[in-house]
Write a protein that binds this ligand. Structure first.
Ligand code: PMP
Length: 280
């Protein structure tokens, strides 16, 4: 495919970055993954607002960046992307030596590329999550490209035949390695509050909005590890998985392993918002 790198459109195989790039040496950068349905970015303003928050949190000046909506529309068109995602990464740039402290005025490195994926309709099969201790740092609100903790956790989950880790810190559930968790108890929808311990997923926020709009009671309160066996329903959200029911957490079976009614309602509400975006 065609990628955007520092103002140039290039075939992916020809796009090259310096070995001194701070993204390569230190994972000193941030990123976004933006869904595309019907050739158009979905919830783009929300993703771009989060990008600005990430850039600001690590002190990268995004003033020289291109107009994101134009650049993303061009990228989608050049790649003839119908359904999939746009990957956007900005690192602090490169100097000619490796020092932890950035020196001089660096030019951020900007990369955009696409990944295609089928458009999902219908209810996904409930899946297993693996309960694991959250070993990541304490600024999970920054969408950092430093993902070693998440990779180790994903590998542990895979060894347990789970699709995603369910992370806990000090007895409460934080989030997944690349997703946010929701639980339903007595008709109330719970999810961890958007503090430094989680990345406030754009899908999470959208699902909260859909739930409030459907008169489902919502509480942004983390649920406890010792409450998991009492959950009536559980699901996770992310840009790539949308709303994914969880039927099992380790050996705890939720809702007899099926998709619960509130989860089902939110999957349908999510599909309706996609239909609306597609003009259907
Ligand atoms: N938490 C983490 C740690 C993530 O990496 C992601 C996905 N990037 C999410 C949550 C879900 O966020 P979103 O709904 O914006 O994809």
């Amino acid at each position: 495919g065609t990628v955007y790198l520092n103002g140039q459109w290039l075939p992916a195989a020809q796009a090259q970055v310096s070995v001194f790039d701070r993204g390569f040496l230190f994972a000193d950068g941030v990123y976004e993954v933006i869904p595309v349905y019907g050739g158009r970015a979905f919830l783009l303003d929300e993703h771009l607002a989060r990008l600005q928050r990430s850039l600001q949190a690590i002190g990268i000046d995004g003033n020289d960046a291109p107009s994101w909506p134009t650049c993303i529309a061009q990228l989608i068109a050049k790649n003839k992307l119908e359904h999939g995602t746009v990957y956007l990464q900005i690192t602090r740039g490169s100097s000619n030596q490796r020092t932890h402290l950035p020196t001089g005025s660096l030019q951020p490195t900007i990369l955009l590329m696409t990944q295609s994926a089928p458009l999902h309709w219908g209810t996904p099969v409930p899946a297993k999550a693996a309960l694991l201790e959250d070993i990541r740092w304490l600024r999970c609100d920054i969408k950092s490209i430093s993902l070693l903790g998440s990779i180790l956790l994903k590998q542990s989950a895979q060894e347990q035949h789970a699709i995603e880790p369910m992370l806990h810190r000090d007895g409460t559930i934080t989030e997944g390695a690349a997703s946010n968790y929701f639980g339903v108890k007595n008709g109330v929808l719970y999810t961890a509050p958007a503090n430094h311990l989680i990345l406030a997923g754009i899908t999470r926020n959208w699902v909260l909005k859909l739930a409030r709009g459907s008169d489902i009671e919502v509480r942004e309160e983390a649920f406890r590890v010792d409450e998991l066996s009492q959950l009536d329903e559980c699901f996770l959200t992310s840009t790539s998985r949308e709303v994914q029911p969880i039927g099992r957490i380790d050996d705890i079976i939720i809702n007899s392993g099926g998709c619960g009614p509130i989860t089902q309602q939110l999957i349908e509400a999510f599909h309706n918002s996609k239909r609306h975006h597609l003009g259907m």
